[in-house]
Design a binder for this molecule. Structure first.
Ligand SMILES: Cc1ncc(COP(=O)(O)O)c(C=O)c1O
Length: 384
């Protein structure tokens, strides 16, 4: 049972906010914490923000991420974005020119582009499983993986359709061919269960501003312990070392843990806000959040399909609920999808147009009332 104080999300009371897959609403205690933290630094500089405070700014987010993912703290770096994490991984893995990397053409560009860039540099091949109306067939994906595959790079939950892949299946597929699995969990972290050790994940990234209810500018990056030891980061800077505040340009010893993938000053208010949001979610209960969003997804799909006035709606999300997460996407026959999304927004139902469809995405602050309002607004929009 999900218990959450809606007063912590004033916007969710005012409008029907079904856009957490784009930018989530942050809980008010996390917003307050960010304002206080940033205000103190902006007006006081180093007064009240010393080296210890600077180190500590990332530690709460690191601990929350480790606890969420079932990882050890030494396996977690706190970076600025998910794209940064995938690039960092891609350029740290030693790829031979005859290697290939497997992904899908329905994936978020940042999951694929770093490998395309590497293919230009090192001649590796990038193999993309083709989507059919947004969906990727697991058998087709499996056929692309062979003993030359070095990496499978894929989202846990696809941003356009909400298709969710089985992480265990992906890691077994990768490992049976000696490949590594990097998962982009931006659309699932905080929403769907992930246990990096149990699921056999080698590397994982998640931006903070979606399922984790955090701000822009902070993302979590997990790397399996053995890879932390084996990989050398492509980018390094003053914070990559074991003793960053010694600032000794002549002494370069990388940190022995995943902190070696952190390299520069960052917008520290972001990890501070992210840590507070993750703590908030942990207190609500991650399992409760999963049950809640899955139930909203099923109800919304059922409601929309059973509504005879919405017969123009084609579901882009998989039919099988085992592949669902917190996203339901529809394509409205003969309609400009962008115009439908814009019309819904005008009616106070905040959604996004993605993948030539309209994407509805749910989080802990959404209630059944939101589903009814969205359905009503859809009827009004499509009747026009
Ligand atoms: C799956 C996925 N990965 C990554 C991103 C972007 O992450 P970032 O801006 O932190 O690089 C998005 C944003 O929509 C996304 O959906």
């Amino acid at each position: 049972m999900l218990r959450l104080n809606l007063d912590d999300f004033p916007t969710a009371r005012r409008v029907t906010y079904l856009n957490s897959a784009s930018i989530s609403l942050m809980p008010q205690p996390a917003i307050d914490r960010m304002i206080e933290f940033q205000g103190k630094i902006a007006s006081g500089g180093t007064i009240g923000f010393d080296e210890q405070a600077e180190t500590q700014a990332l530690e709460d987010a690191r601990s929350e991420a480790a606890s969420l993912l079932g990882a050890d703290r030494e396996e977690v770096a706190v970076l600025s974005s998910a794209s940064e994490g995938i690039c960092s991984f891609a350029w740290s893995v030693d790829l031979k020119s005859d290697a290939n990397v497997v992904s899908t053409d329905a994936d978020f560009p940042s999951v694929v582009y770093p490998w395309i860039r590497l293919s230009q540099e090192r001649g590796i091949k990038v193999r993309l499983a083709k989507n059919h109306d947004g969906l990727v067939d697991e058998d087709e994906l499996e056929k692309l993986v062979d003993d030359q595959t070095a990496v499978i790079s894929i989202s846990h939950v696809e941003y356009g359709t909400g298709q969710r892949f089985d992480l265990r299946w992906l890691s077994e597929l990768a490992h049976s061919h000696g490949a590594l699995l990097i998962v982009d969990a931006t659309q699932s972290a905080g929403l769907m269960p992930i246990d990096v050790h149990r699921d056999g994940i080698d590397a994982l990234v998640a931006a903070g501003y979606k399922g984790l209810l955090g701000p822009f500018g902070a993302a979590i990056f997990y790397l399996r312990r053995e890879l932390v030891e084996r990989l050398t980061p492509a980018f390094v800077g003053w914070r990559s070392t074991a003793t960053p505040f010694e600032l000794d340009a002549a002494e370069f010893t990388l940190a022995s843990d995943a902190r070696k993938f952190e390299y520069s000053t960052m917008n520290y208010v972001s990890p501070v806000g992210l840590a507070k949001s993750m703590r908030y979610l942990r207190e609500v209960g991650y399992e409760n959040v999963t049950d809640h969003v899955l139930s909203l997804t099923e109800k919304f799909i059922g409601m929309t399909r059973n509504n005879r006035r919405l017969s123009e709606a084609t579901l882009l999300t998989p039919e099988d609920e085992n592949f669902h997460a917190s996203i339901a996407s529809f394509r409205f026959k003969g309609r400009d999808q962008s115009a439908v999304a814009t019309e819904l927004v005008k009616r106070g139902v905040i959604v996004s147009q993605r993948f030539n469809g309209v994407r509805f995405s749910f989080h802990a602050y959404n209630m059944e009332q939101d589903l009814l309002r969205a359905n009503q607004a859809l009827e009004e929009t499509l009747v026009k």
